[in-house]
Design a protein around this ligand. Structure first.
Ligand code: SAM
Length: 232
């Protein structure tokens, strides 16, 4: 629930077509049902569904007294995936509990990807919200954009690595991906074509540890989920 959804402190109205369809077709919700609801200020709780039709649903909020699940201590540095893959990747990122994501330009990111309508703030937010709803989380990740690799590396990366462990996921690195760490981490994942040698060298020189996930080369969205699941 966000500000336009509230009628007053204890009632809300949903008019978003996707959510109405989800309530009707996925949950088969009926007036009188009790739902889990989340407010984007972070709280989670319960509500009674009062009415539901094609145009709106009304809810009576019973309580918003629970915290969302804890975030992962990871800042994800992700080479911008192709637009078709970005949507699903953003959903996974949000569902798995990442709260800081930087989308980075690298040599094998097509320049045209940066012009994609998928990068509009409302589209990014929509994909992140889908992931949050799936995971019953209410804290939106912060998303930053770094459209030039070298200035990012020289001007902003040192501060990010000052208080985080840097892990660079790249096939063929000597160390296997560690399991179950607690450290604040900056995790770098490459584009579909991978990082080029120059980028790998510069990232390692900057303080990243190179890690691999075995011989299977995974698509970006699979690598994101596999790495996060194994690390945290
Ligand atoms: N041909 C590319 C290469 O060899 O780097 C494959 C890139 S892969 C489709 C996209 C990204 O997912 C990689 O840049 C890396 O960050 C991550 N990734 C996928 N499989 C991996 C593996 N087995 N080990 C480490 N990272 C992997």
């Amino acid at each position: 629930l966000e500000p336009p959804d509230w009628l007053d402190a204890s009632h809300a109205r949903l008019t978003d077509a996707r959510r109405l369809q989800h309530l009707r077709d996925v949950h088969r919700a009926q007036p009188g049902d009790r739902l889990t609801v989340g407010a984007l200020d972070g709280r989670i709780g319960r509500a009674e569904l009062l009415t539901l039709d094609d145009a709106e649903a009304t809810l009576r909020i019973e309580a918003l007294d629970r915290e969302p699940p804890p975030p992962l201590p990871v800042h994800l540095l992700l080479a911008l995936p192709r637009p078709r893959m970005l949507a699903r990747t953003l959903e996974h990122v949000a569902a798995l509990g990442v709260k800081r994501l930087t989308l980075l330009h690298t040599a094998r990111v097509e320049k045209s990807y940066w012009q994609s309508p998928e990068l509009r703030p409302e589209k990014i937010r929509q994909h992140l919200l889908l992931g949050l709803e799936q995971a019953r989380d209410t804290r939106l990740p912060e998303v930053a954009f770094e459209t030039r690799f070298k200035p990012f590396l020289e001007d902003r990366l040192p501060a990010l690595l000052a208080n985080r462990r840097g892990l660079l996921a790249h096939p063929g690195m000597p160390a296997a991906c560690p399991r179950g760490i607690d450290d604040p981490t900056l995790l770098a994942i490459g584009p579909e074509g991978g990082f080029v040698d120059y980028e790998v060298e510069r990232l390692l020189e900057s303080g990243f540890e190179g890690i691999h996930l075995g011989e299977r080369i995974l698509r970006v969205e699979t690598a994101v989920t596999a790495l996060l699941a194994r690390l945290f």
